[in-house]
Design a protein around this ligand. Structure first.
Ligand SMILES: C[S@@+](CC[C@H](N)C(=O)[O-])C[C@H]1O[C@@H](n2cnc3c(N)ncnc32)[C@H](O)[C@@H]1O
Length: 380
C-alpha cells in the first residue's frame, strides 16, 4: 500500500483525547492545527532527518511535531509573535535553567508589593496607543514591572520563554473580550491578578517544556518573519514536505486579535496589518478583495513553496469554507485552481468533521462544520 493510500484510511475527525497535547496549549492562537494532522503527514510523507516547511507558521504546531519526530523544521509568518512562539516551543531549555525563573518571579512580586505599599516610585507607562482604554492603570503597572524583570535576564532563550508567557496572559488581563473578539468588555481584575496569572503561566510552560524538551532536541528549527508571497525566503530544494493551514479569506484579523500582545512585546503590528492574507477587515470592505485575490495570493504561495520543496515532495493544506459577501466560498477548490499555474499537481483530498465545541471559531466565517485536507505533489 502506498503512503497516500494509508493516509486515505485515517479517520481525520480524531477523538478528543488525541487532539489535546500539552505543546498545543503553550500560547493561544486562533485556528491553530490539532497536532495529529501534521503528525500523520510528517510520519508518512517524510523520513527522520528530513526538513518540513510551514509557510503559514502560526503557533508552530507543524514545527513542533516535526522536531518530535526527528525532522528539522523551517517556516515563516508575517506575524512576529508567531515566529517568537514557534521559536520558544521548539527550543529545548533544561529544567535546571528553567528553575532559575523562581528568582525572577520573587523579584517581580517584591517590586509589585513595594509599589502597592507606597514604597516604590511611580511607573513610566510605555508609549502604546490607547493603552488606558484597554488596560486598567494598576494592570499596566504590573505588566511594566514584569516586562522590566524579563528584560534583565541575560539568557536570550529564557527571556524569550518569559516573553511568550507574558504574551499568553495579555488578553486575559486587558479589557479585550477574547482571543478572537477585539471588543472592550468590563472585567473583574484586582491587584496582583496580573502577577498571579503570569506566575501560573510560567509554571505551566515550565511543565510543558520539561515534558517535551528531550524530544525537541531530535531536530533543528529555523523560522523567519516573512511574507509567503515573497520569493527566496529559504534556499531552493531545502525541504522534503510542507504542511500548513493557510489563513481563510474573511475569517480572522490576526493583526487585531494580537494587537496589544504585539505592542507590549515591542513588535511591528503595522507590518502584520499590511501583509496579512485573508483579513476580515479587508474582505468585509465594500470594495475589498474577493476570492480571486485570495487565489492570486495562494498562487504565489504555491510557486514559492515549489522552489523551497524538493522535486516529488508533497504539500498538504488544511482549509475550510468562507462566507464572502453572503456567498459560500469553497476554499479547497480555490487552492486547486491556484495550483494549476504552478508545478503542483492535485493528488487527493480528505474531509474532516470539526469538533465545534473546541475550535476557536469566529462566527463571521459562518456555520462551518467541515474542513478539507488537500494534498499536492511538486512536479517541478
Ligand atoms: C491558520 S493560521 C496558521 C496556524 C498554524 N498552522 C498553527 O498551528 O498555529 C494562518 C497564519 O498565516 C499567517 N499569515 C497571514 N498572511 C501571511 C502571509 N502573507 N505570509 C505569511 N504568513 C501569513 C497568519 O499570521 C497566521 O499565523
Amino acid at each position: 500500500m502506498t503512503e497516500i493510500a494509508i493516509l486515505e484510511k485515517i479517520d481525520w475527525d480524531f477523538v478528543e483525547a488525541e487532539t489535546n497535547t500539552a505543546t498545543n496549549t503553550f500560547h493561544p492562537y486562533p485556528a491553530k492545527f490539532i497536532p495529529p494532522i501534521p503528525k500523520h503527514f510528517i510520519e508518512h510523507l517524510s523520513e527522520p532527518g528530513d526538513t518540513v516547511y510551514e509557510p503559514f507558521l502560526g503557533s508552530g504546531t507543524t514545527a513542533v511535531e516535526a522536531n518530535i519526530l526527528g525532522r528539522n523544521a523551517i517556516g515563516n509568518d508575517v506575524n512576529e509573535l508567531a515566529v517568537l512562539i514557534s521559536k520558544v516551543k521548539t527550543t529545548p531549555i533544561s529544567m535546571q535553567r528553567l528553575r532559575t525563573l523562581d528568582s525572577l518571579l520573587n523579584k517581580t512580586y517584591n517590586k509589585i508589593y513595594l509599589l502597592y505599599s507606597g514604597k516604590k516610585n511611580g511607573i513610566a507607562k510605555p508609549d502604546i496607543i490607547n493603552l488606558d482604554l484597554w488596560f486598567k492603570d494598576f494592570v499596566i503597572n504590573e505588566l511594566v514591572i514584569i516586562k522590566e524583570e524579563i528584560e534583565e535576564l541575560t539568557d536570550k532563550n529564557l527571556r524569550d520563554f518569559c516573553l511568550v508567557a507574558l504574551s499568553g496572559i495579555i488578553i486575559n488581563v486587558s479589557n479585550q473580550d477574547s482571543d478572537t473578539r477585539y471588543v472592550r468588555v468590563p472585567k473583574n481584575i484586582n491587584h496582583f491578578d496580573t502577577y498571579d496569572r503570569f506566575s501560573k503561566q510560567i509554571n505551566k510552560l515550565i511543565k510543558i517544556m520539561s515534558a517535551s524538551y528531550k524530544q525537541l532536541a531530535n531536530g533543528f528549527s529555523e523560522f523567519k518573519v516573512a511574507d509567503t508571497r515573497i520569493e527566496g525566503i529559504f534556499p531552493e530544494n531545502s525541504a522534503n514536505l510542507a504542511v500548513t493551514s493557510p489563513p481563510y479569506p474573511n475569517a480572522y484579523d490576526y493583526h487585531l486579535y494580537h494587537k496589544y500582545r504585539l505592542f507590549w512585546l515591542g513588535m511591528n503590528q503595522y507590518q502584520l496589518r499590511k501583509s496579512e492574507i485573508g483579513a476580515h477587515a479587508d474582505y468585509s470592505r465594500k470594495n475589498g478583495p474577493n476570492e480571486f485575490d485570495f487565489m492570486e495570493d495562494m498562487e504565489k504561495c504555491f510557486l514559492n513553496t515549489s522552489k523551497i520543496l524538493k522535486p516529488c515532495s508533497y504539500f498538504v493544506l488544511v482549509i475550510g469554507d468562507s462566507i464572502l459577501k453572503g456567498r459560500n466560498i469553497h476554499n479547497n477548490e480555490i487552492l486547486k485552481e491556484a495550483a494549476k499555474n504552478t508545478p503542483f499537481k492535485f493528488v487527493t483530498e480528505f474531509t474532516r468533521n470539526l469538533n465545534l465545541r473546541k475550535k476557536s471559531f469566529n462566527p463571521k466565517i459562518g456555520n462551518i462544520k467541515t474542513e478539507k485536507i488537500v494534498v499536492f505533489e511538486n512536479l517541478k
